[in-house]
Design a protein. Structure first.
Length: 470
C-alpha cells in the first residue's frame, strides 16, 4: 500500500513559546545532585523566529527567559560558569556565519566574536578564562585539511584583539576536551573523528563489523554520524558522544544488535571502542502520541562542566489528516537531561502545542550543573569494560519508515531509488542508489514546483507529495 504524505515547506513567524517546565525543584535535585542547574536552547521554526531561551532551575519559580537580542541564533553552547551562551547566526554552512557570546539575561547585549566564517562556536571547558573555539569551514571533508579550528578569548568588554589557530589541519566542530588535547567532529562524512593535538593523529570512530542476517557474511558498516560532542570528563578525555543514521535493516551487530535513525546516542573513544549507548525507548515519546510516526534523539550535547550528564532534544514527527491527504510536522517537542553514568533520563521542558500549526521547536540545548566542591570523578565509569547495555527499544511504536524533514527525505531502510512525477503523473526524473543511502536532498535532484516523489526501499515503495519552495 502506498503512503501519501503532503508536506508544505512554509516559513512561520515567531510566536510566544508554548511550552512548560516539567520537573519540580526536588526532582531536579534528586536527578542532578544540585539545584543549581541551567538549560539553554533555541526556539522557533526558522532563522527569523529563532531566539535563545534559558531556564534557571534554581529560581524559586523557574520560568522561560527569552534573550531579546539573539534573533537568528542557532547552535548554542553554555559557558563553564553557567552565565553566558555562545551561538551562531547566518545561513547554516555558508561563509556568512558569525559567532556571538551573550550573558544569560533577557536584556543582555550580544558580543560579536568573529564576523563571517565562524561555525558552531563552543566554550572551552574547564577554564576560568572565557574562551570560544569555532571553525572556518562547514563542508564534506573539513576534518581533513579543509579550514581551521580557531580559538578566541572573551573579556567583559569584548573579544581579545585577535583570534589564534588552535588546529591548522581541519575544522573540528564538536568541541575541545577538558585537558585541551582532543578535538572532536561529525559533519557530512560517515564517521565521527577525533584529533589528538599532542601527536597529530586523527582517529576514526564508529566503524562497525556487522553480520548479514541472510548470508551471515561479515560486513564493515560506517553509518553516517552527527550531533557530536566531546567528553567533559577530566579522566576520559578521548571520548565523544554522537548519533548515527542506524544500520541497514539486513545487518545486525553482535553486541549492539539493530537500531534505526537517531534511535541511539553513542559514547566512543579514540581506540574505536563503543563504551556506552543510550537508546530512545517508546517511554520517552510525548504523552500525546496517537499521531506520532517517529520519535528520536537530536542535538545531543555533553554537559559543559559535569562529566556525568548530557542533554538532547526529542525530534517528533506527526501526521494530520487534511481532507483526503495528510500533512506532517517535524518538531523538537521535548528536552531531556541524560545521566550518562546510569543511563536515566529527566524531561526538563516540553511543548504544550502539538498541533499542525505549532511554532514550538526546542533545538540545540545546552546544560550546566554546578559541581559540588567535594566532587571526585569515578575513575572507572567510562572504562571499556563498563559498557552500558540497557534501555534498548522494546517495540518500535513507529508507523512510518520514510518521511520528509525540511527539504530532505529520510529512510530507516537503505534507499534503492527515487522517481519524481509531475502532478499529472508524468515521470520527470529518476535516480538509483547502490545501497547505504538513508537520506536524499530534494533540491539537488528535483525541479522547482510541485512534484510527487516515490521512494523505493528493499521492502516497499512509498509516495511523498512535496512542495518545493525555491
Amino acid at each position: 500500500m502506498a503512503l501519501l504524505i503532503c508536506c508544505c515547506f512554509l516559513h512561520n513567524t515567531h510566536a510566544q513559546i508554548n511550552a512548560r517546565i516539567v520537573p519540580s525543584a526536588q526532582q531536579v535535585r534528586d536527578f542532578a545532585g544540585s539545584s543549581q542547574v541551567k538549560l539553554v536552547f533555541v526556539n522557533g521554526l526558522d532563522s527569523a523566529a529563532w531566539y535563545v531561551y534559558y531556564v534557571d532551575f534554581s529560581e524559586s519559580a523557574p520560568v522561560f527567559h527569552k534573550i531579546a537580542a539573539t534573533q537568528g541564533a542557532w547552535n548554542t553552547s553554555i559557558s563553564p560558569d553557567g552565565n553566558y551562551v555562545a551561538y551562531s547566526t547566518g545561513a547554516e554552512g555558508t561563509p556568512a556565519v558569525s559567532a556571538w557570546v551573550c550573558r544569560l539575561a533577557e536584556n543582555a547585549t550580544p558580543v560579536l566574536v568573529t564576523q563571517g566564517r565562524a561555525h558552531e562556536p563552543r566554550f572551552v571547558k574547564d577554564t576560568a578564562a572565557r574562551q570560544v573555539i569555532y571553525q572556518t569551514t562547514w563542508q564534506t571533508g573539513d576534518w581533513n585539511g579543509l579550514g581551521q579550528t580557531m580559538i578566541r578569548g572573551i573579556t567583559g568588554s569584548g573579544p581579545s584583539p585577535r583570534d589564534s589557530v588552535l588546529y591548522a589541519a581541519g575544522s573540528f566542530h564538536c568541541g575541545l576536551s577538558v585537558d585541551k588535547r582532543y578535538l572532536a567532529t561529525t559533519m557530512f562524512e560517515p564517521n565521527p573523528r577525533m584529533a589528538d593535538l599532542a601527536t597529530g593523529a586523527v582517529y576514526t570512530l564508529h566503524s562497525l563489523l556487522c553480520k548479514n542476517k541472510t548470508t551471515q557474511a561479515d560486513t564493515v558498516i560506517n553509518p553516517q554520524a552527527c550531533n557530536g560532542s566531546v567528553s567533559s570528563s577530566g579522566i576520559f578525555t578521548n571520548v565523544m558522544l554522537y548519533m548515527d543514521f542506524g544500520i541497514p535493516s539486513q545487518y545486525t551487530h553482535q553486541v549492539l544488535g539493530s537500531w534505526g535513525f537517531h534511535q541511539r546516542i553513542f559514547a566512543a573513544s579514540t581506540a574505536g571502542d563503543i563504551i556506552r549507548w543510550y537508546d530512545f525507548p517508546d517511554s520517552l515519546l510525548p504523552v500525546n502520541h496517537d499521531n506520532v510516526t517517529f520519535g528520536g534523539w537530536t542535538h545531543s550535547e555533553w554537559s559543559v562542566n559535569h562529566p556525568y550528564y548530557g542533554v538532547a532534544s526529542n525530534l517528533v514527527s506527526r501526521y494530520f489528516q487534511n481532507g483526503g491527504s495528510y500533512e506532517t510536522t517535524e518538531l523538537c517537542e521535548d528536552v531531556y537531561a541524560i545521566n550518562l553514568k546510569t543511563a536515566t533520563y529527566l524531561k526538563l521542558v516540553e511543548s504544550t502545542d502539538n498541533s499542525l500549526t505549532s511554532t514550538t521547536h526546542l533545538e540545540w540545548p545546552g546544560l550546566w550543573i554546578q559541581l559540588p566542591a567535594s566532587f571526585t570523578e569515578d575513575t572507572t565509569w567510562l572504562a571499556n569494560q563498563s559498557a552500558v547495555r540497557q534501555n534498548r527499544v522494546h517495540g518500535s511504536g513507529m508507523k512510518r519508515s520514510v518521511w520528509i524533514s525540511g527539504h530532505t527525505v529520510w529512510s530507516r531502510e537503505p534507499i534503492a531509488g527515487v522517481e519524481g512525477f509531475d502532478v499529472e503523473g508524468r515521470l520527470i526524473f529518476g535516480k538509483k542508489y547502490d545501497g547505504g543511502v538513508h537520506s536524499i536532498r530534494l533540491e539537488e535532484i528535483m525541479p522547482v514546483g510541485i512534484c510527487i516523489v516515490q521512494i523505493e526501499t528493499e521492502s516497499r515503495r512509498q509516495l511523498l507529495k512535496c512542495v518545493e519552495a525555491r
